[in-house]
Design a protein around this ligand. Structure first.
Ligand code: B1M
Length: 222
């Protein structure tokens, strides 16, 4: 792995957002995720490799450290911020899609869930594949999704959940949507989600990652 990719992974794990960031104190004045991501791109490293070889593995380490009580919520949040700062540089590479929109995709992290990194990745990739994406953000109640669907008939819905507790909320959201609209395509994803769960709650498809979501959407180009 290149030295810059290694450094990027390290600073995301450490929660070092950029050079000016005061945290962590031992890295004061040193370059952070923003600078190292820019450097990786300057060196010609493929944006997909920056994502899958440095950023996603860094968040896996962060999750493991959190589970083992080696770090706590504030550190996890700073790592998420650092990942966001790096993704800011990658976004143009993932969103330079076709000019004519292939359709509308409504994306949300379900009610009660504040995790948005995976959602943002799906948003970027789907947008980059030529869809118009309406990103409703995190902690989104079903009413908001239904209102947006009403304003955008024919749209496909994407839902993300990262917590076992918010899987219930995802089930409720899909139930609320199905009460009003039996036919809308609903794609779900997130670390605890499975196809079995998708079948159980009445979603059409479980996408393991953004690429699976993009592939599935190919069948619904308007
Ligand atoms: Co939270 N958190 N967190 N967290 N967090 C996890 C999820 C956890 C596994 C950590 C752990 O214990 N090991 C654990 C959940 C345990 C469980 O439920 N089984 C956990 C917990 C417990 C919590 C809190 C409850 C902690 C607390 O307060 N005590 C709390 C809950 C807050 C809430 O949501 N109400 C909490 C808070 C936070 C922060 C706010 C500090 C921060 C999020 C900041 C942010 O997102 N802006 C945070 C973080 C960063 C994590 C970890 C470390 C990283 C998540 C992440 O961004 N991963 C996470 C541990 C881990 O995942 N290893 C953890 C990288 C991202 C690219 O992956 O989101 O899985 P992911 O997305 C993937 C796929 O899942 C998929 O594509 C993406 C790319 O491959 N995907 C889709 C996702 N959505 C999709 C939708 C699709 C298709 C694919 O189609 C529609």
């Amino acid at each position: 792995m290149s030295e810059s990719l290694k450094k990027l992974k390290e600073v995301v794990e450490a929660g070092k957002v950029n050079k000016d960031a005061a945290f962590p104190p031992q890295l004061k004045g040193q370059e952070g995720a923003s600078e190292w991501a820019a450097k990786c791109l300057e060196e010609g490293i493929n944006p997909q490799s920056i994502l899958s070889d440095a950023l996603i593995p860094a968040m896996e380490v962060v999750g493991k450290n959190f589970s083992e009580n080696k770090i706590f919520v504030p550190q996890m949040l700073l790592s998420a911020k650092a990942m966001g700062a790096a993704m800011h540089h990658l976004k143009p590479f993932f969103t330079s899609g076709d000019i004519k929109s292939k359709g509308t995709f409504i994306m949300a992290t379900v009610k009660g869930d504040l995790h948005d990194i995976g959602k943002n990745l799906v948003t970027m990739m789907v947008e980059g594949s030529g869809w118009t994406v309406i990103d409703l953000g995190v902690d989104v109640p079903s009413e908001k999704i239904l209102k947006t669907l009403d304003e955008n008939p024919g749209a496909v819905i994407g839902l993300s959940a990262l917590l076992t507790t918010t899987m219930t909320s995802m089930g409720d959201t899909v139930g609320d949507i199905r009460e009003v609209n039996k036919d809308v395509q609903i794609i779900i994803g997130g670390a605890p989600i499975t196809q079995e769960f998708a079948d159980k709650i009445g979603a059409n498809y479980y996408a393991k990652g953004p690429n699976e979501a993009v592939e599935y959407l190919k069948d619904f180009v308007s």
